[in-house]
Ligand binder design. Structure first.
Ligand code: S3P
Length: 451
C-alpha cells in the first residue's frame, strides 16, 4: 500500500562535547540521581492517556524522556513543568491521541520510539518517528512484526529502521503475543497498544523483564492481570481502558546510581550515599552481582513509592573478586553491562559473560565498544561473540591515557569517566553530550563527590 509519509525533520548533528577525567581521591557524601528513565517514560504516556490532570514528581530531566514528552504534546497532551520540576499532564483520554502535524523526533531514545509505536498503533492516526544516527541504526522489526498482527501498518527504512511511519488501526485486533526476545520495550509496546484495543490483549513472557508498565497500568486503574504458568509470565490487559489521572513520585534511577556506586567501589577510601533509588527486583541484578563480587553495598530503609520499591544505597570502596555472570542474569542488568565491565576490569581474577547478543544493538555495540576502550586503557579483555572475558587488575590502577569514542552512547561515556577515577593517566571522552539523554549533570555530580 502506498500512502504519504509525513515530512521527516532532518536530524541535527550536535556539537561534540569532549571532556577529560583524571584519577580521583576518595569519593564521599550524598548524591542525587535522576528519576528513573523507564518509569518516567511510562508515567508520561499513561498520564497522557488518562482523562484529566496528573502530577508527576521527580521525572527524569534527560533528553530521552523529553523526546517522549514532546511527542505526546504533539499528539494532544498538555504537559507543563513548574519551577520544582513537577510535571502537570492534562491527558487526552484513551483513543483520543491526535494526528501529529510533523514527524516525531525520538532523538537517541529507543524506549520512546518502541513504546510510542505501540501507543500510536491502536489509534486512528498516522505518525512518522525519526531519530539520531544511533537510534536510526537500531532494529524496530521487533515491534513492527507483532503490532502488524493487530492491524497497524508500517513503512520503515531498510532493515526495519527509522524513519518509521506508522498508520494506526482502530479498532485494533486483540491478540495473544508470545515474546521472542526478552524485551520490556516490546512487551510495553504491546500493552500500550492494548489500552485502546477492544477485549483482551495477552502478552506471554518466557523470561521476566522489568515490570514498570504493568505496575503503572495498575496504578492508573487499568484492568490488568499478571499470572505465572511454569516459567511463563502471562499478562492480560483489558481495553478500551479508562485511565484515572494520578499524582506520583518517580524513584531514583538504579541504572544511573550504578555508575556512582561503581565509582565508590573502585576508588580507595570512598563512601557514597544515594537516597530514594528504585530497587525493583527486575532492575537490580547488577547490585546482586556486585555483592557476589564482595562489594560493600548497603541497601537500607526499604519502602514503596508509586507502586515501586525504593531504598537508600550506601557504597564503600571494596576489593572486588571476578565473577561469572550467567546468561539468565542478563535481563535484570541489561543496561549495566558497560559499568559492570569496568568493575570487572579492576577485580581480582577473571569475569566471564555470555548470552549478551542484545548488547550489540543498544545505543552502540556495547560488546565491541567496551572491549576496544578497555584495551585502550590497559585492561586485559577478550571479545567473544556474545560477551566479554576480563582478567581484572586485582585492585591496581589501570594505565588510562587514552581517548574513548563514546559513539552516541551515554552509558559508554559514563563508564569510562568512572574508570578514569582509578587510572594512572587521564581518559578523554570524545563526546559527553549523549550523557544528557539519561543523566544531565553527571560530571558535576561525580566532581561533587570527589571534592
Ligand atoms: C527499557 C528496556 C530495555 C533497556 C532500555 C529501557 C524499558 O530495553 O535496555 O534501556 O524502559 O523498557 P529492551 O527492552 O530492548 O531490553
Amino acid at each position: 500500500m502506498v500512502w504519504p509519509l509525513s515530512k521527516a525533520k532532518p536530524v541535527n548533528p550536535h556539537l561534540p562535547r569532549p571532556m577529560t577525567f583524571d584519577a580521583s581521591g576518595p569519593l564521599s557524601g550524598n548524591a542525587r540521581v535522576p528519576g528513573d528513565k523507564s518509569i518516567s517514560h511510562r508515567a508520561l504516556m499513561l498520564a497522557a492517556m488518562a482523562r484529566g490532570r496528573s502530577l508527576i514528581h521527580g521525572l527524569s530531566e534527560g533528553a530521552d524522556v523529553a523526546a517522549t514528552a514532546s511527542a505526546l504534546a504533539a499528539m494532544g497532551a498538555r504537559i507543563a513543568r513548574d519551577a520544582d520540576g513537577v510535571r502537570t499532564v492534562d491527558g487526552v483520554g484513551t483513543g483520543c491521541l491526535l494526528q501529529p502535524e510533523a514527524a516525531l523526533d525520538m532523538g537517541n531514545s529507543g524506549t520512546s520510539a518502541r513504546l510510542l509505536a505501540g501507543l500510536i498503533a491502536s489509534h486512528p492516526i498516522q505518525a512518522t518517528l525519526t531519530g539520531d544516527a544511533s537510534l536510526s541504526r537500531r532494529p524496530m522489526g521487533r515491534v513492527i512484526e507483532p503490532l502488524s498482527r493487530i492491524g497497524a501498518e508500517f513503512v520503515a527504512a531498510p532493515g526495519g529502521r527509522l524513519p518509521l511511519t506508522i498508520r494506526g488501526i482502530c479498532p485494533a485486533v486483540p491478540r495473544e503475543h508470545r515474546l521472542k526476545i526478552a524485551s520490556a520495550q516490546v512487551k510495553s509496546a504491546l500493552l500500550l497498544a492494548g489500552l485502546n484495543t477492544p477485549g483482551r490483549t495477552r502478552v506471554i513472557e518466557p523470561v521476566p523483564t522489568r515490570d514498570h508498565s504493568e505496575r503503572m497500568l495498575k496504578r492508573f486503574g487499568a484492568a490488568i492481570d499478571v499470572t505465572r504458568e511454569g516459567c511463563d509470565t502471562i499478562i492480560d490487559l483489558y481495553g478500551e481502558a479508562e485511565l484515572d489521572p494520578q499524582e506520583l513520585i518517580v524513584p531514583g534511577d538504579p541504572s544511573a546510581a550504578a555508575f556512582l556506586v561503581t565509582a565508590a567501589l573502585i576508588v580507595p577510601g570512598s563512601e557514597v550515599r544515594l537516597q530514594g533509588i528504585g530497587i525493583n527486583k527486575l532492575r537490580i541484578g547488577y547490585f546482586d552481582v556486585l555483592k557476589a563480587m564482595g562489594a560493600d553495598l548497603e541497601i537500607a530503609n526499604e519502602r514503596e513509592e508509586a507502586g515501586e520499591p525504593v531504598a537508600d544505597l550506601v557504597a564503600r570502596h571494596s576489593p572486588l573478586k571476578g565473577v561469572d555472570v550467567p546468561p539468565e542474569a542478563a535481563a535484570g542488568m541489561i543496561d549495566e553491562f558497560p559499568i559492570f565491565f569496568v568493575a570487572a576490569a579492576f577485580a581480582d581474577g577473571t569475569s566471564r559473560t555470555s548470552g549478551l547478543g542484545e548488547l550489540r544493538i543498544k545505543e552502540s555495540d556495547r560488546i565491541a565498544v567496551m572491549a576496544e576502550g578497555l584495551k585502550a586503557i590497559g585492561a586485559r579483555v577478550a571479545e567473544q561473540k556474545d560477551g566479554l572475558v576480563l582478567h581484572g587488575s586485582g585492585g591496581e590502577m589501570l594505565a588510562g591515557g587514552a581517548t574513548i569514542a563514546a559513539r552516541l552512547d551515554h552509558r559508554i561515556a559514563m563508564s569510562f569517566a568512572v574508570a578514569a577515577l582509578a587510572c594512572r593517566g587521564p581518559i578523554t571522552i570524545d563526546d559527553m553530550a549523549p550523557v544528557d539523554t539519561s543523566f544531565p549533570g553527571f560530571a558535576a555530580t561525580l566532581a561533587g563527590l570527589a571534592a
